[in-house]
Design a protein around this ligand. Sequence first.
Ligand code: BCO
Length: 299
Amino acid sequence: MKLEELITKATQLTSKVVAIAAAEDEEVIEAVSHALDKQLASFILFGHEEKIIALLKEHNVDASHPALKIVAADGAKKASELAVKAVSGGEADVLMKGNVPTATILKEVLNKEYGLRTGNVLSHVAAFEVPGYEQLIFVTDAAMNVAPDLQQKVQIVQNSVQVARALGIELPKVAPLAAVEVVNPAMQATVDAALLTQMNNRGQIKDCIIDGPLALDNAVSALAAEHKGIQSDVAGQADILFVPTIEAGNVLYKSLIYFANAKVGAIIAGAKAPIVLTSRADSAESKLNSLALAVCSVK
Ligand SMILES: CCCC(=O)SCCNC(=O)CCNC(=O)[C@H](O)C(C)(C)COP(=O)(O)OP(=O)(O)OC[C@H]1O[C@@H](n2cnc3c(N)ncnc32)[C@H](O)[C@@H]1OP(=O)(O)O
């Protein structure tokens, strides 16, 4: 599957509603405009009403479009609170970050009274289209959990598996990455990778095939795996690259974009609803991809 097909898939589902916190943001409104053209979703735009209307006008979007609702909110915190409440109250299916600091919206997401907690770990899942790589490849967690312990790693894997399955990958192949493909007690990532593999073998982590530790080359290249003599159902054909820390994931994420010209869509999974949490540097295209990924991931 390519990201364009993901967008098509999203448009074919029953219409979903996206609540955007502080929608007064150039790229966000551009993404909304493309999404409306494609009938990908309808939107509730929370934030600075005049700025939102002005940006819509710049992008030739009629503020009275039937798939749009604008709700005035005073400041980023209030806009985040109202957008989160729209999702937890069932008025919207997806939450999206606009012109608001990540910490502000995450605090609202984690609010015990009206937030989107489920009791599980929330984690970042990115779907990449990499030139020269046949299928979409997922990377998790490049942006939310800093140094997850084994139990958190289990939930991060499970969140990514649910997203991959929502896209039609029935039994995703998960590669827990490390620097080497053998267990070295001095490298915690290799130990945890082996534990995740065994937990999968024993049915403690379901609906996927996990095999690791794998280094990045053996995870994505059958030739590299063959050279190392690795016998594995995952090596060379990984759907999900599970990284041990936020630094490893973030460097991989940004290398794919800046060195490999990869395209990306990303969400936070594990909450009551998918969350689009792209950063200001992300293009309108990647925000549209993320919206499509979120729409396809709604349970
Ligand atoms: C990839 C492209 C985009 C980027 O580059 S993004 C840039 C890199 N990312 C970041 O800088 C974010 C890294 N993460 C963080 O800063 C923090 O972990 C994060 C997400 C802000 C949460 O930190 P704090 O607000 O300090 O939270 P805390 O640790 O004090 O916990 C407060 C309550 O929230 C809960 N919580 C925190 N992270 C969670 C998670 N992942 N899933 C579920 N629950 C979570 C935590 O358990 C705590 O709950 P309680 O109040 O004790 O009941």
